[in-house]
Design a protein around this ligand. Structure first.
Ligand SMILES: [Mg+2]
Length: 404
């Protein structure tokens, strides 16, 4: 009996916002559409249907450019509440096939495979069942790309390999050749800055990256993220921390000047506010927080708190500060924060003293930051950490990089 190691199944909905709009309005199906926050020429597309993508329109394309690229484009004003509603129905549909381990964003989630589901035929059958169930229970326009692989990072990469409506399986024996056709920038964990650093080191292709030793990658990255990526590309799983089912979180390797208790706390405050933003975008409340700190010398410490369902940034900052009191002296190297014990809007019971003001303030701030750029508005307490922990959403997450 051969042993199989397909441990992760990643689901990514294709052109999510645009697909929801096409599901809602049959007249928009099969047509190039762009979803925009406001119906003005100075606005930009936050999503494009596959038919619009064929004209070169993508997230971030200005409305006036989109009209020039495709004069027939239909523009639709975004309806965030509808996307959150669909999100919950999609999670439910996936959950009815197999338990969802972690929700990454409004259109991405992952299942941890066990037992016989790790065998290729069973994993492929499960993936097909999930794709069909989403279409049956949520809507025929809701196409998804699924990736199956030995670790989470590879499962995410596999889900990216074929769009729309993809299903890709990566086995140990496919590595590393299956990654060669990709561009370095396609790699989760390699942003433009890292790509430049790689280019300076003479690394321009995935093939060249795969030829590097673990030590060379650590040197180029300057931290353990290089080592982690080296392992992920080879199908290995790295230490898993913060694996709470249904969680939102971020982690960060501290820059040398932030490896003090003060620096670590200011970074964590930033990470908490970012996690809270994602939580609200996804329409959830959280009832638990986990704080993790890895010291330059010594073990990783975890501190947890349980509280009434919360969604607003000030409450989470207060809980973080309370937890922080327990952190011993030392030089922190890596920090992580995770919100879990997630409760969806329909199950959330407001506490009697809750007046909703803080939630509303947080939502207004999210809206402004979404429109005009991250950190346009931020809580004063975050100022010290401003500019640190740059977001590489959504891939800043991949094991230990954010959720785990
Ligand atoms: Mg997607």
């Amino acid at each position: 009996m051969p042993s199989f190691d397909l441990r992760w199944l990643f689901i990514d909905l294709n052109s999510y916002f645009a697909s929801v709009e096409q599901q809602e309005a049959p007249a928009l199906r099969g047509k190039p559409i762009g979803v925009v926050p406001a119906l003005v020429d100075t606005s930009c597309c936050i999503a494009a249907s596959y038919e619009a993508k064929a004209f070169g329109i993508k997230t971030g394309t200005l409305v006036r450019d989109a009209k020039w690229l495709c004069p027939k484009i239909r523009l639709v004003e975004s309806r965030p509440h509808l996307y959150v509603d669909y999100h919950h129905r999609i999670v439910e549909a996936v959950d009815s096939c197999y338990p969802v381990e972690t929700i990454y964003s409004i259109d991405e989630m992952v299942c941890r495979l066990s037992g016989s589901e790790q065998a290729p035929d069973n994993a492929l059958a499960l993936a097909q069942k999930i794709k069909n169930t989403i279409k049956e229970q949520v809507g025929e326009c809701m196409r998804s790309s699924v990736g199956i692989a030995p670790n989470r990072w590879l499962s995410k990469m596999a889900s990216e390999m074929k769009k729309p409506d993809g299903l890709t399986l990566i086995r140990h024996s496919d590595l590393p050749e299956i990654l060669f056709p990709l561009e370095l920038e396609d790699f989760a964990g390699i942003g433009p800055r890292m790509a430049r650093r790689l280019a300076e080191a003479g690394i321009h292709t995935v093939q060249a990256l795969c030829a590097l030793s673990e030590r060379q990658m650590r040197m180029i990255w300057g931290n353990i993220n290089g080592v982690r990526l080296w392992k992920w590309m080879r199908g290995e799983e790295t230490g898993e921390i913060l694996t709470h089912r249904g969680s939102v979180g971020h982690t960060h390797v501290l820059e040398p000047e932030f490896r003090t208790k003060k620096g670590a706390l200011s970074t964590l405050q930033k990470l908490v506010s970012r996690a809270a933003h994602r939580l609200r975008n996804m329409g959830y409340w959280a009832s638990r927080m986990s704080l993790q700190v890895e010291f330059s010398r010594g073990p990783t410490r975890e501190f947890r708190a349980r509280f009434d369902d919360a969604q607003d940034t000030p409450t989470f900052l207060k809980i973080l500060n309370d937890l922080w009191e327990n952190v011993p002296a030392g030089s922190p190297f890596w920090v992580g924060i995770c919100l879990y014990g997630l409760v969806s809007a329909d199950r959330h019971t407001p506490t009697f003293w809750e007046d909703g003001k803080r939630e509303k303030l947080s939502l207004v701030m999210d809206d402004i930051n979404d429109r005009y750029g991250r950190d346009t508005l931020s809580y004063a307490v975050l100022a010290a950490g401003k500019g640190k922990a740059p977001t590489r959403i959504p891939y800043n997450w991949v094991p230990d990089l954010s959720e785990f």
